[in-house]
Design a protein around this ligand. Structure first.
Ligand SMILES: *[C@@H]1O[C@H](CO)[C@@H](O)[C@H](O)[C@H]1NC(C)=O
Ligand SMILES: *[C@@H]1O[C@H](CO)[C@@H](O)[C@H](O)[C@H]1NC(C)=O
Ligand SMILES: *[C@@H]1O[C@H](CO)[C@@H](O)[C@H](O)[C@H]1NC(C)=O
Ligand SMILES: *[C@@H]1O[C@H](CO)[C@@H](O)[C@H](O)[C@H]1NC(C)=O
Ligand SMILES: *[C@@H]1O[C@H](CO)[C@@H](O)[C@H](O)[C@H]1NC(C)=O
Ligand SMILES: *[C@@H]1O[C@H](CO)[C@@H](O)[C@H](O)[C@H]1NC(C)=O
Ligand SMILES: *[C@@H]1O[C@H](CO)[C@@H](O)[C@H](O)[C@H]1NC(C)=O
Length: 186
């Protein structure tokens, strides 16, 4: 009986390993790696994004109890308004992420805060899939050269409390569902 129990315990332990890497869910880690692969990162903002524990990667914050990724804060910390000389302006430029925002990110189903402000998405439209982050309360896409029409899918973000789309080149209006936001920056 004792042997049987320890064999069972062994099996349970073995089979639970693939889902949780140390302090980080494999599916969420994979999503972040795919997201990183779609981006150009001349300033090496994402250089810490390797190794098993995605919870200690730059900008990634996991809930300390559930260990799910809850915050992705990739704000460009070089302030464009603090760039009166050529040197500090090129600091900002050279730290801009660009490229494609992979829908793989949707695997971060527990995400509440997303900040990808201060980068360069070359007037591309905001990806529609961002409207599917059901738990999002904070979304900051300001100063990142998003443009075109704001996807109405953002109106699905029913928990959103803070939305910052300022300093962009949008041509359309905000989806009406977002009109109720108490803290809207656009
Ligand atoms: C993340 O954690 C691993 C071990 O858990 C450690 O080796 C690594 O240095 C940590 N990275 C950072 C950026 O703290
Ligand atoms: C998670 O950790 C942070 C920093 O260590 C702490 O401030 C916070 O209270 C913790 N949250 C919970 C729910 O334990
Ligand atoms: C959004 O990010 C920018 C920096 O990129 C910051 O200045 C601004 O305060 C943020 N907006 C909100 C509402 O937190
Ligand atoms: C984005 O649009 C603005 C205004 O239409 C234009 O001045 C700028 O050159 C465009 N940037 C890119 C990278 O296409
Ligand atoms: C937005 O919500 C509607 C109705 O709840 C749903 O049909 C639609 O698929 C959702 N769109 C996204 C992008 O999640
Ligand atoms: C695009 O956005 C930038 C930053 O807000 C602004 O300086 C520029 O005038 C805008 N261009 C157009 C055509 O709206
Ligand atoms: C905005 O809020 C009011 C009051 O809570 C509600 O009656 C209305 O349906 C909401 N509008 C939208 C578009 O969600």
């Amino acid at each position: 009986m004792k042997l049987l129990l320890s064999v069972l315990w062994f099996l349970v332990t073995i089979t639970s390993i693939p889902t949780i890497a140390i302090g980080c869910f494999k599916v969420e880690r994979d999503a972040l790696i795919t997201f990183k692969a779609g981006l150009k990162d001349p300033g090496h903002l994402l250089s810490s994004w390797h190794g098993p524990n995605c919870c200690n990667w730059t900008g990634v914050i996991c809930d300390n109890i559930t260990e799910h990724v809850v915050t992705l804060n990739l704000r460009n910390l070089y302030d464009p308004y603090d760039c009166d000389d050529q040197d500090s302006c090129s600091d900002w430029d050279s730290h801009e992420l660009s490229g494609e925002i992979s829908p793989a990110l949707l695997s971060l189903r527990h995400l509440t805060h997303l900040d990808i402000s201060g980068h360069d998405f070359s007037n591309s439209t905001i990806p529609k899939f961002i409207g599917s982050f059901q738990n999002l309360v904070y979304l900051n896409l300001s100063l990142s050269w998003f443009g075109g029409v704001i996807p109405h899918e953002l109106g699905n973000l029913s928990r959103l409390q803070i939305l910052d789309l300022s300093e962009s080149n949008f041509t359309g209006l905000l989806p009406p569902q977002l009109g109720n936001l108490s803290d809207l920056w656009s």
